[in-house]
Write a protein that binds this ligand. Structure first.
Ligand code: FAE
Length: 542
C-alpha cells in the first residue's frame, strides 16, 4: 500500500541521518518586486508580520516552491499545521512503529483508524491519547483520506515509491502540459531533488526482506503480467546495512506509516534542508491558515491559528503576504479555497474551485498463498515493485509488504486504477465545513479493474482473496485513499501554471492541480509539476 500496516511493537536505536541531495542552483537569481523584508527572522511568524511569499503547507509542492523562490532571492515563510517532528519521544524515537501505533501516530484522534483494520479475526484499532500526530485519517461521507501532518507533509508517512508515469500515459494525466518538457527537464529535476534511487537487483533477488516481493513478481509473471521495479526515496544502501545489522533498523523494523526513524529521504532531509540552508526560508509549525483575503494596501491578509500538541487553538495571528502559495495538499487546498470563495473572502475564484477531485483509483486487497509459498517473517516496509496491467485492465498494483513480523503466507497489494469518477467539494454553511460528495459505490469500478489482475493470478495459482484485513469477510479495502488529487485543477481553477484565476499573486502548487489520477503513485508528478510551474512563476511574475 505504498506501505503497510500492522501492530505489534518493537523499537530499535536512535540517531538521525541527514541526506542532502544536491540539485545545484538550477535557477538564476531573480529579483523580488518591492516587498518588506521581515520574513527572515528564525522561529514562528510574528503577529502583524509582512512577508514577500507565504506558503501554506510543507509537503511536496510547498517544499519545491520554497527552495526555488529562496534560490531566486525571495524570502519565504512556510506555515504548517502539523508538528516539526524533530524531537524524540520518551522511547528515544521520533516516530512510532507501524506495529504499535501510539499517541504520535494519528492526527487528533482518540482511537486509531488503521488502513488495515483486522488480522485473522482480531480487530487492530485501539485507543490513543488525542495528539497532533503524524497521520490524518480524514473522514468524508464516502471515503477516508489519509494524509501526512507535519513539516514534510506526506513525505513523512508515505511508502517512498517514486514513480514517473509511462510517457505514453502522460497526456491522460495532465493534458495541458508539454510532455517533452516534463520528461526531459522537470521529471529528472524532481527525481534528483527527491534523492530517488533503486534497489540493487542482485540484492533484491537474495535478501530475506524481499521474499514477499519475489513471490509477488513470480505470481505476476506466471499469469503473464509485466512486473516493474519501482524506484524509491528510501536509501537502499542504508537498507542493506540494516540487513547486515550494522545500523539501526527502520525499513526492516516495520517503520513506515507513522514515520521512518532512519533511512527514508523525506522532504526535511532533501528539498526543505536545501531551502533552509539558503537562509531565506523559515517555517511555523503548529500554525494553521484559516483565511486569505485581499489586503487594503495590496497583497493578502492571512489569518492563522496557533495550535498546541493536543490540537487546541492557543491563539490567532494576522499577517500580510505579497504572494500566497496554496500547498496544503489536495484536500487542504481545496477546503480552504472552497470556503474562502463561498464565505466572501475570495469571491472571484472561479467555479472550477473544488471540482475534479479523485482518489487515484486506490483499492487494497490481500491474497492467501499456499504453505509452500511463504512471503517471509522479515519484510522490508519499502515497496520496490508493481504489476502493470494499466492498458489492458486499468490497474497498476503495487506489491506491498505486510510486515507483521510473523509468516502470514499473504500477498498484499495497493492498486491504482483508471477510475473515471470525480467528486466535488462544497461549502456546507449550516455545518460550517467543507463536504465532499464522493460515493462509496464508485469504488466498484476500481475493484473491477484490480480484479483484472488478481482474479487471474488466483486462478493460475489456485489461491483465494483474504477476507480478514478490512473487516469481517471483506475482501476489498475500498473505504480509503492515500492519493487525494485535484480540487484546484490546472488550466481550470488556475491558469496553465497554477496561478489561481480571479486573483493575481495567489497560486496553487500541490496535488490539488492534478485532475484526480496519475496512473501511478503521485508524488514525483506533484514535485515535477511544481518545479515546472515555479520556474515559470519566478521568471514572469517576480
Ligand atoms: P502534502 O504532502 O499532503 O502536504 C500538505 C501539507 O499542508 C501537510 O503537511 C498539511 O499538514 C499542511 N496543511 C494542510 N492544511 C493546512 C492549513 N490550513 N494550514 C497549514 N498547513 C496545512 O501535499 N505517494 C507516492 O508517490 N508514493 C508512495 O509510496 C506514497 N505512499 C503513501 C502512503 C500513505 C500512507 C499516504 C498517506 C500517502 C502516500 N502517497 C504516496 C501520497 C503522497 O504522500 C501525496 O500524494 C503527497 O504527499 C501530496 O503532496 P502535496 O504537496 O500535494
Amino acid at each position: 500500500m505504498a506501505d503497510s500496516v500492522m501492530p505489534m511493537g518493537r523499537p530499535s536505536g536512535v540517531s538521525r541521518r541527514g541526506f542532502m541531495v544536491g540539485t545545484g542552483s538550477i535557477l538564476g537569481l531573480g529579483l523580488l518586486g518591492g516587498t518588506a523584508a521581515t520574513a527572515r527572522a528564525a522561529g514562528p511568524i510574528g503577529d502583524g508580520a509582512h512577508v514577500p511569499a507565504l506558503i501554506i503547507g510543507t509537503g511536496y509542492g510547498g517544499s519545491v516552491a520554497a527552495l526555488r523562490l529562496a534560490q531566486a532571492g525571495v524570502d519565504v515563510h512556510m506555515v504548517e499545521m502539523g508538528q516539526s517532528w524533530d524531537t524524540p519521544g520518551s522511547d528515544g524515537k521520533i516516530f512510532a512503529n507501524t506495529r504499535d501505533p501510539d499517541y504520535r501516530s494519528f492526527w487528533l484522534r482518540t482511537r486509531t483508524k488503521q488502513p488495515v483494520s483486522g488480522f485473522l479475526g482480531f480487530p487492530l484499532d485501539k485507543d490513543v491519547p488525542r495528539y497532533a500526530g503524524i497521520l490524518d485519517a480524514e473522514e468524508f461521507a464516502g471515503i477516508t483520506v489519509y494524509q501526512g501532518r507535519g513539516v514534510g507533509g506526506g513525505s513523512l508517512v508515505n511508502g517512498g515509491m517514486a514513480v514517473t508515469p509511462k510517457r505514453s500515459r502522460f497526456s491522460g494525466v495532465l493534458p495541458s502540459v508539454n510532455a517533452d518538457e516534463m520528461y526531459s527537464k522537470y521529471y529528472p529535476r524532481a527525481n534528483a531533488g527527491l534523492g530517488v534511487n533503486e534497489v540493487d537487483r542482485a540484492w533484491f533477488d537474495s535478501t530475506d526482506c524481499y521474499q514477499y516481493a519475489r513471490v509477488g513478481r513470480k505470481h505476476a509473471q506466471r499469469s503473464g503480467f509485466e512486473f516493474d521495479y519501482v524506484p524509491n526515496v528510501y536509501d537502499f544502501d542504508y537498507m542493506e546495512r540494516e540487513a547486515a545489522n550494522t545500523v539501526p533498523r527502520s525499513a526492516l523494523a516495520a517503520e513506515i506509516l507513522y514515520g521512518n526513524n532512519y533511512g527514508k529521504k523525506t522532504l526535511p532531509k532533501t528539498y526543505l534542508a536545501q531551502a533552509k540552508a539558503t537562509g531565506r526560508v523559515s517555517i511555523s509549525a503548529l500554525h494553521r491558515v484559516t483565511s486569505v483575503s485581499p489586503a487594503s494596501g495590496g497583497g493578502y491578509t492571512v489569518a492563522i491559528e496557533t495550535l498546541n500538541t493536543s490540537g487546541d487553538v492557543t491563539g490567532t495571528k494576522t499577517v500580510r503576504a505579497d504572494r500566497v502559495f496554496f500547498a496544503a495538499g489536495s484536500v487542504g487546498t481545496s477546503k480552504l479555497l472552497v470556503k474562502l470563495k463561498a464565505t466572501g473572502a475570495l469571491p472571484n475564484l472561479n467555479s472550477e474551485v473544488g471540482q475534479g477531485w479523485g482518489d487515484n483509483g486506490n483499492v487494497m486487497c490481500g491474497r492467501a498463498n499456499h504453505m509452500w509459498d511463504p512471503t517471509g517473517s522479515l519484510q522490508s516496509s519499502i515497496p520496490t515493485g508493481g504489476i502493470d496491467n494499466w492498458d489492458a485492465g486499468g490497474a497498476f498494483a503495487e506489491v506491498a509488504p505486510l510486515p507483521t513480523g510473523i509468516e502470514t503466507y499473504a500477498s498484499f497489494y495497493l492498486s491504482i486504477t483508471n477510475t473515471p469518477h470525480r467528486a466535488q467539494f462544497s461549502w456546507n454553511a449550516a455545518a460550517g465545513r467543507v463536504d465532499l460528495n464522493w460515493q462509496t459505490a464508485w469504488k466498484q469500478t476500481s475493484i473491477d479493474m484490480a480484479k483484472s489482475i488478481f482474479d487471474k493470478i488466483n486462478r493460475k495459482e489456485g489461491t483465494i482473496y483474504r477476507t480478514d484485513l478490512f473487516g469481517t469477510y471483506k475482501i476489498w479495502g475500498d473505504h480509503l485513499t492515500y492519493h487525494p488529487l485535484g480540487g484546484a485543477v490546472l488550466n481550470k481553477a488556475t491558469d496553465n501554471y497554477g496561478r489561481l484565476r480571479g486573483y493575481s499573486g495567489l497560486y496553487a502548487i500541490d496535488g490539488s492541480l492534478i485532475p484526480g489520477n496519475t496512473s501511478v503513485n503521485p508524488f514525483v508528478t506533484i514535485t515535477a509539476l511544481a518545479e515546472r510551474n515555479i520556474e515559470k512563476i519566478i521568471a514572469t511574475d517576480l
